[in-house]
Design a protein around this ligand. Structure first.
Ligand SMILES: [Zn+2]
Length: 214
């Protein structure tokens, strides 16, 4: 029997390296979300510094990123077949990138804003007709994504960033998790899983801020 985790690991890496993902290119605050960022996450997954787990998401969403354990969680073995699910995987991988970058003093609503924009840009880049969007955050993110698409490296205008962060902070799903406009982000860097490389658990350390992975 095939290993479901291995299949989903391969799927996520291929989404990160797809043309639609590689065309994403914008900056929001301190983060530059582009092909290089997605390649860093793809490499970290390939190396095992970020693991893919098939399990129900604890936070109540479909997929999630666990910043403490550096895990991308997807609910089942088929997740990622649909375009909206691929957008959600890109969303979670932005959280992984923010965790890896580990800039201090950032807001979690800004992390979410960057993740929403990347997910929307991914869907727009595939050329597939955008499925109906039901949430205010999704609608706003889609509108902003359409204004910055096709401008590599474009900085998300502060006014748009603020609007999107406000919408996120007022969404019940995020309110329940204690997210406010200014609540601090939880990025803490990646563990280097030295245990998997012939060392012991005692050697596991979180990478200091802005450390590049080998
Ligand atoms: Zn998110």
């Amino acid at each position: 029997m095939s290993d479901p985790t291995r299949g989903q690991t391969a799927r996520i890496i291929s989404i990160l390296r797809s043309p639609a993902a590689r065309k994403i290119s914008f900056t929001l605050g301190v983060w530059r979300i582009d092909a290089l960022a997605f390649e860093e996450i793809a490499s970290a997954i390939a190396l095992g510094d970020i693991e893919v787990v098939v399990a129900p998401a604890k936070g109540g969403g479909e997929a999630e990123y666990n910043f403490k354990k550096d895990l991308i969680v997807v609910p089942d073995v088929t997740y990622g077949a649909k375009i909206t699910q691929q957008g959600a995987i890109i969303h979670e991988c932005v959280h992984a990138f923010v965790d890896m970058e580990n800039f201090t003093g950032q807001a979690e609503s800004a992390n979410e804003a960057a993740a929403y924009l990347a997910g929307m840009l991914y869907i727009l880049h595939t050329g597939i007709v955008m499925p109906p969007i039901i949430t205010p955050v999704g609608n706003l993110a889609a509108g902003i994504a359409k204004t910055i698409i096709g401008q590599p490296g474009a900085a998300v205008p502060k006014m748009f960033e603020t609007d999107l962060r406000r919408a996120i902070a007022s969404e019940p799903f995020y309110k329940r998790q204690g997210v406010t406009f200014r609540s601090p982000d939880h990025a803490d860097g990646l563990w280097r899983v030295r245990a998997l490389r012939g060392r012991t658990d005692i050697d596991m350390v979180k990478l200091p801020p802005k450390t590049r992975l080998a």
